[in-house]
Ligand binder design. Structure first.
Ligand code: ATR
Length: 273
């Protein structure tokens, strides 16, 4: 049977095996999908061993995405732009193809929630790996402007300069931000510590859409905060997780699974519905 897995550390609580097993059942594909948690300095060896032993493809998550980027034989354009690889496929010619489906997953999830990106003014919070992966797919949707704000302003400036050729992207400090924005995407890891990015509450209005790439059984700190300040449409990153997985599955199997049912099952498992 074709073998796939996700590499990460820690990865024990990854939802990817659950998601891909449901995708496989739904599309009647014969495959198995497991977990691998190599020591931090053993990822390269573990990846090579997996493919030497007949593995067909894998996902790569924190903290190995940048290292995976350096290990594949060729990169998709979107992986090249993201500087990170979250999906690897062994092609029929024996080539290891590195791809990145995170940004496509975000855009697909936003669209499934009915969010309009074209001609919209977007605010992206954070300038780490998650922000970098999102930039090209977001700019491809032709927003009127995309503003990056980050605690460490120089990192936002670097990102804006790097993606400037793809669209109207600028960097501003949190203090410089002036609304109205149509959509705020939180790519910071602040919610992990129950913290909030230092965003002025005045930027939140009833017509704004709020997206937090983090998720949990209950609202993230950022989503709770945005709701308190009047945001009516809030979304967490569970949908992005399922959509990036669907995109990876499509890369591997050439067939696109549906995501709605899988997302519902995941929410139920999380205790979120
Ligand atoms: P990831 O790969 O998930 O993006 P990362 O590269 O470590 O993770 O980036 C984390 C991002 O969250 C950074 O933009 C970080 O800001 P700094 O560049 O200033 O470190 C941001 N971040 C983390 N905690 C934050 C907080 N409490 N408030 C605001 N931004 C925060």
């Amino acid at each position: 049977m074709d073998r796939y897995l996700v590499f990460g550390h820690p990865v024990r609580h990854s939802k990817s095996p659950f998601i891909h097993t449901l995708f496989a059942r739904q599309t009647q594909q014969e495959l198995e999908y497991g977990l691998a948690e190599p020591a931090i300095d053993e990822f390269a060896h573990a990846l090579r061993t997996f493919f030497d032993q007949g593995g067909k493809g894998c996902n790569v998550t924190v903290p190995f995405k940048e290292q995976a980027f350096t290990m594949v034989d060729c990169l998709s354009p979107r992986a090249k732009r993201a500087g990170a690889v979250n999906t690897i496929k062994l092609t029929d010619d024996g080539v290891l193809l590195g791809d990145n489906t995170d940004g496509a997953g975000l855009v697909a999830d936003l669209k499934s929630h009915g969010v309009t990106l074209a001609d919209s003014r977007l605010l992206l919070l954070g300038a780490g790996g998650a922000a970098r992966g999102a930039l090209a797919p977001l700019l491809a949707e032709l927003p009127s402007e995309l503003v990056i704000a980050n605690r460490t302003h120089t990192k936002a400036q670097q990102l804006a300069a790097e993606f400037h050729d793809l669209g109207p992207v600028i960097a501003q400090t949190y203090e410089q931000l002036a609304g109205p924005f149509d959509l705020v995407i939180n790519s910071t890891s602040a919610s992990l510590q129950g913290e909030l990015p230092p965003l002025a509450p005045a930027l939140i209005h009833t017509d704004i859409a709020i997206y937090d790439m983090m998720y949990g059984a209950s609202d993230t700190a950022f989503i709770s905060w945005a709701k308190q300040h009047g945001a009516r449409q809030t979304m967490d990153g569970l949908g992005m997780l399922v959509e990036q997985a669907a995109e990876a599955f499509t890369v591997w199997r050439g067939i696109r699974p549906g995501t709605k049912q899988v997302l519902r099952e995941l929410k139920r498992n999380l205790g979120a519905i």
